[in-house]
Design a protein around this ligand. Sequence first.
Ligand SMILES: [Zn+2]
Length: 380
Amino acid sequence: MSSLTRQKIEALSGFRSDRFLTTSFYLNTDKGRLVRKEIQVAAKNLLTGARARLERLELDKDKKASLGADLDMLQDYCARNMTDNAHGLAVFSCRGEKFWEEVHLPHPPRNRLLFDQNPYIRPLSQILGRFHNICVFLVGRTNAKWFSVHMDKMTHLDSLACELPTKDKDGDFDGTSVRRLERHVESHVHEHYKKASQLTFDLFKKEKFDWLFLGCEDHFYSDLETFLHSYLRDRLKGRIKAKPSDPEDKILKEALALEAAINLAAEEEDVRRFAAELEKGGRAVSGIKETLRGVNQLEIQHLLVMHNFSAPGTMCPKCRFLYLEETVCPACQIATRPVADVVDEAIEATFKQHAAVRHVQPPSRLDHYGKIGAILRFKA
Ligand SMILES: [Zn+2]
């Protein structure tokens, strides 16, 4: 079982079979909200519904047998493997090609089971777009703590404490030595920041975080910023109101709120950039038809799609071009095959082209541009 990464999605997007269909299975296994029995009942219902659908499908014998075998394997799998702690499960199977992939999901998906030309990766892409690998670095005058936050979960990484020099009991109290002590203390604090900043950099090299969130008091901030390695300053995404001694649930709550705010701002910025490009007649397209054309021509730089938008379509089995309605591929002059959600196919193709995908939550201006669009590499 593997976890969710961009590489995983690219690999799944690369799978194809000319002879068989693929089954995609998504299950919410969030034990925080569901008991084991409920999860098993949900899995059973999905499989029962899928068997009934498969009965009615008009497909050749081999295709049907392969899908039937997928369902048997899934049933067997669900009976054995419902004990891990992931929030969700995704399984992709194409028995005819002996293809089987399981992915742990850090966020519960909507329960669903689909038969299609290839793996349905859209929910994976949505989860991946929302969550980042975050390092939370909290620092005070004499202490520091580090946590990693990924997909709603927080893990303590490291702590640091330093002792400040104190007045000697028998020491004198004349003005000179008080000032000397103050300078001495300040140089210790200075050293502490430096050490903590270096430790943050070491953690980054090891854990490969995307973002850094910093928690410290206002008057330390500018000092601290100068100690951070430029690599860290580039990844510093914001500050949270938390200190090393705060309870972990408060720290996590602050970190998740900042992540959500950054995501929303980035979404709005992408839509704004897209709309501006479109309105000046620049390198952007809107609506499903034009977007599919951009995907087919390998022109996509940044795909934007409303979270809830999907549409059936067709795909050419030879050149893999995507269409809304064409029953014959204009390029190859052969019959296309239906796909359940052509938006998912467009997302897969965009992943394969190593371009960016942005899932946009409603309400958004993107709604008025046909719910889907793209910034292109070149002028349309
Ligand atoms: Zn074609």
